[in-house]
Structure formats: C-alpha cells, structure tokens
Design a protein around this ligand. Structure first.
Ligand SMILES: Cc1cc2nc3c(=O)[nH]c(=O)nc-3n(C[C@H](O)[C@H](O)[C@H](O)COP(=O)(O)O)c2cc1C
Length: 245
C-alpha cells in the first residue's frame, strides 16, 4: 500500500476506507443475484483478520443457502418479533410492525457467526477479569465482514430478533459454541443514504461531541481542540457528504 505521510494511507486509499465505513448500511432488501464465491471468500477472510483477544480467533462461520432451514429461522424471527413488539407503546408498536427487519428468505446467502470461548483452552492471554472478550472479538470480525462486503457491493443485514436456542437447534451448534450473529448477505437493492431507522424517525444519530467524555464520565472540562474538531462543520459535512445524510 502506497503510503502518503508517515504511516497514513494515500488519500484515495484512506477515502476508500471511510467510504466503506460511512456508506455501509444494514440491508434488508436484496436482489436475486447470486454472490460470487471469490467475493464471499474475500469477505470471510477479511472477517478472519479481525483482532482477537490472545489471538484466539474464536469465530466460525456457517454458510446457509438451504431454504428449509431458513424457513425455520424465519418462523422463529416472526415469533420473536411479536414479543418484541409488545414492549413498545401502541404508536411505536405499529411503526415497529410496519418495518422490514430481515431478509432471511430473500438474501441468497445467510451466515451464522459463532464464538467458541476457550478454543485453545481455558487460560487465555488477555482474559482474566473481562469474561466476554472472545465475544467482543467475534463482533470485530463481523464489523470487518460488514465493511469488506460493502466494498464488494454486497449488503449485510444483522437479524437479532430470534433466540440462540433456536439457532443451536436448527444448525446443530454445540452447547459450548455461542451463536453471535445471524446475517443475511447478497446484492443490496440499494444502499440507502441514511440508516432506515433514522429515515422512519425511529432513532436519530447522536452528535459526535455529545458522546465523547473527558477524563471521567462526568468530566466537565472539555478538551477545546478536540471538541472544536468534533463539531467542525467541515469535518462533519465531509462525513455527511460521504454518508449522504
Ligand atoms: C447487534 C445488532 C443487531 C441488529 N439486529 C437487527 C435486527 O434484528 N433487524 C434489523 O432490521 N436490523 C438489525 N440491526 C441493524 C441496526 O438496526 C442498524 O445497524 C442501525 O439501525 C444503524 O443502521 P445502519 O447499520 O444502516 O447504519 C442490528 C445491528 C446490530 C449491530
């Protein structure tokens, strides 16, 4: 990789990375076009290059195309969606039920990402007090996968409205293995400019400066330079332009 200044990427490469980050979306609508094996392989290998605690690489990936198993997953999604809906107030419930929140049967490929804690034994470098570090590592693999897929023009949708127990049953996942993510993958109908949940006014993106704290959670003295940069219209509009929001 051509370097620009010091260790930074050349502008085009850097732009490409931010492009993947800001133009990634959760995708629920797919075209029927098949996913090329080489593209899917690159995406899986990108996931496998994520950081992991103690280099444990706790992830496995189950590639699912079989429609019968997917129909069983869809049925569990529908049951969980109904109980999820019950948590919301009446107005929000109606909105929730109107949203398309999965592409289980439409996407050409479904993918289960699992985590096997203690894959190389119970003693793990970096795992003493924080017990779930292998699950965090698995989520980083998913983040890599999601961004790499975006660069390939592939959409990824994470469906969490289902139970781990059902996934274990349907896909014969052993008890010591944790199903972390159920993903739908395929060519996106389109990559919306903003998160669907923002467009339908379910939730707004928080301002970057509102989520950065200084010295302590309750820290009152803001670091002026960083705060200015976080709220700088040119930085922010650059991002907004890229993400199109
Ligand atoms: C752990 C996790 C679980 C999610 N589960 C669902 C889901 O069940 N259904 C869905 O439509 N989106 C799901 N999403 C996608 C989020 O709604 C989405 O990431 C968020 O609204 C921001 O939109 P964006 O990903 O397009 O930027 C999930 C995302 C994550 C990280």
């Amino acid at each position: 990789l051509a370097s620009h200044r010091g260790n930074s990427f050349a502008p085009a490469l850097k732009g490409g990375l931010y492009e993947a980050i800001f133009r990634r979306r959760d995708i629920r609508r797919f075209t029927p076009e098949a996913v090329a094996d080489d593209a899917l392989a690159r995406v899986l290998i990108a996931a496998h290059h994520a950081p992991s605690v103690g280099f444990t690489q706790p992830w496995d990936f189950i590639v699912v195309r079989d429609l019968e198993r997917r129909a069983r997953v869809h049925a569990t999604f529908q049951r969980h969606r109904a109980s999820n809906a019950a948590q919301f107030t009446a107005a929000r419930r109606a909105k929730f039920l109107s949203l398309k929140l999965e592409g289980i049967l439409d996407a050409p490929v479904n993918l289960i990402v699992t985590c096997t804690p203690g894959r190389f034994g119970a003693a793990v470098l970096g795992k003493t007090s924080m017990r779930r570090v292998e699950e965090y590592s698995t989520c980083l693999a998913i983040a890599n996968l999601w961004l790499a897929a975006r660069s390939e023009g592939l959409g990824v949708g994470w469906v969490s409205i289902m139970s781990a127990a059902a996934l274990r049953r349907i896909f014969e996942i052993p008890r010591n293995v944790i199903p972390v993510a159920y993903l739908c993958i395929g060519h996106a109908e389109n990559f919306p400019r903003r998160p669907m949940l923002e467009t339908v006014r379910w939730q707004r993106r928080l301002l970057p400066a509102s989520i950065v704290h200084f010295e302590s959670w309750r820290g009152r003295t803001r670091d002026r330079g960083l705060t200015r940069a976080l709220t700088d219209a040119s930085i922010w509009s650059g991002i907004r332009e890229k993400s199109g929001s």
